[in-house]
Design a protein around this ligand. Structure first.
Ligand SMILES: [Zn+2]
Length: 427
């Protein structure tokens, strides 16, 4: 930057910490269960709508311009953009929706920090090269409508054609819930941002794991977001009386399932084939104390930041399933699979985050994200960067989810400095 006065102004720029913490506090009351302290703001629920209204009111009061796109994303810009005067955007954001009985910071923190940085920019009078834009992505968790990453997928242009009418767990159509939130199911394609329209995307998030707390570092520089393979298995044996059926010749589906549970754990723990491997759900039928289980339905969740390692782990698991089926006389079928590829963050943005943390005297470290984030989808159309702050006790998706106020403020400061660096150094 040529003008040193501008540079000095940029260096002294800071967020309003009290304002940020006040908003976190206020937003954390919406959808809060007074008994447990947990937040239930499932995407497109009444509580979620209330949170969106809160965000838009705060943005308006700050002189910013919020709008809702067809997918229900809240997009906040410094001012209306005249046609033909669009600049490349520097997008920041996360989500306002939560899981059932979740915490107040997962997602909400990143949205409010994005708003804070946008407002700081506007108040400074600085005209950055890129247009700073804050986004609250709709339905990231998919707690009510099982279409997680809904909003960020739409922005990445992945939702233009839907195979069928989306509905919630009770069969209620998304169409109406989306309309109430200001969206339009028939115009989803219009929510897409073309590749090249976003110069960079930055997401600030609580870590949701124990890495930063254990190391004592204050800032996490995310190098990759984990990919995920979920397999639904059906183990079929034959049911029988637990007292009268001899051990010899049994085809016990639950015994086979138990071996699958251990084989899955071994993929990661003993064999190191992938980062984590979990059987989280297991339903035995008929599930009675005196009957040999005839069938078991179960899920296997494999995650790694390297797509080849994840694939190798899956291959090893499928081999193990064949061996287990043979030795237990059961049939093991993979009946459904979902997979999301791992995504790497931009090295330039990683460096910008690292340098910003250094500048603020905050020790940082590079780590991978074990959870999925909206950034994963936005990566389709733009270079992405992610900043983590420590989670107390390493826990998330529970009412006890928390982060120290000083870390919340420091994370937003790192976001602001990273945005400034990106504006300054990009191109
Ligand atoms: Zn989140």
């Amino acid at each position: 930057m040529a003008n040193t006065l501008v540079q000095q102004a940029l260096l002294s720029l800071d967020i309003d910490a009290a304002r940020l913490l006040r908003r976190i506090e206020e937003l954390g009351r919406i959808g809060r269960d007074p008994a447990t302290g947990g937040i239930s703001r499932e995407g497109f629920s009444p509580a979620d709508r209330e949170a969106r209204t809160y965000l838009m009111n705060e943005a308006r009061a700050a002189g910013l311009v919020p709008a809702v796109d067809a997918a229900g994303n809240v997009v906040i810009r410094p001012r209306p953009v005249a046609h033909g005067e669009e600049r490349q955007a520097l997008m920041m954001g996360s989500h306002l929706d939560t899981v059932v009985n979740g915490g107040r910071l997962d997602g909400a923190y990143g949205v409010l920090a994005a708003l804070e940085v946008l407002q700081t920019f506007e108040e400074s009078g600085i005209e950055p090269r890129y247009e700073p834009v804050a986004v609250a992505f709709a339905n990231e968790e998919g707690a009510l409508f099982p279409q997680p990453f809904w909003g960020s997928m739409a922005i990445a242009g992945r939702l233009a054609g839907l195979p069928r009418e989306p509905a919630d767990h009770h069969g209620r159509p998304l169409r109406e819930a989306l309309r109430l939130a200001g969206g339009d199911l028939d115009a989803l394609g219009s929510a897409g941002w073309p590749r090249g329209s976003v110069a960079a995307y930055l997401e600030l998030h609580v870590e949701q794991g124990p890495v930063l707390e254990r190391s004592g570092n204050r800032i996490g520089v995310v190098d990759a977001i984990t990919g995920r393979i979920v397999l639904t298995l059906e183990v079929t044996g034959s049911a029988g009386h637990s007292g009268t059926t001899p051990m010899e010749g049994r085809r016990d589906a639950l015994t086979a399932a138990a071996r699958v549970v251990l084989a899955t754990e071994n993929l990661s723990r003993d064999r190191g084939l992938c980062r984590v491997a979990t059987v989280g759900r297991l339903e035995a039928h008929p599930n009675t104390p005196n009957t040999i289980a005839g069938a078991v339905r179960m899920t296997v969740d494999l995650r790694d930041t390297d797509v080849w390692r994840a694939a190798a782990a899956e291959e090893a698991l499928r081999y193990a399933l064949r061996v287990i089926a043979e030795s237990t006389g059961t049939r093991i079928e993979v009946v459904a699979e979902t997979r999301s590829d791992p995504v790497s963050t931009s090295r330039t943005l990683q460096r910008a985050i690292e340098n910003s943390a250094d500048e603020l005297g905050l020790p940082s470290e590079v780590l991978s994200s074990g959870a999925g984030h909206d950034a994963q989808m936005v990566a389709d159309i733009a270079p992405i960067g992610m900043i983590f702050v420590p989670s107390i006790g390493g826990i998330s998706h529970v009412p006890e989810e928390d982060t120290a106020a000083v870390d919340l403020v420091d994370g937003a400061r790192v976001l602001l400095r990273t945005v400034l660096r990106t504006v300054d150094h990009a191109e």
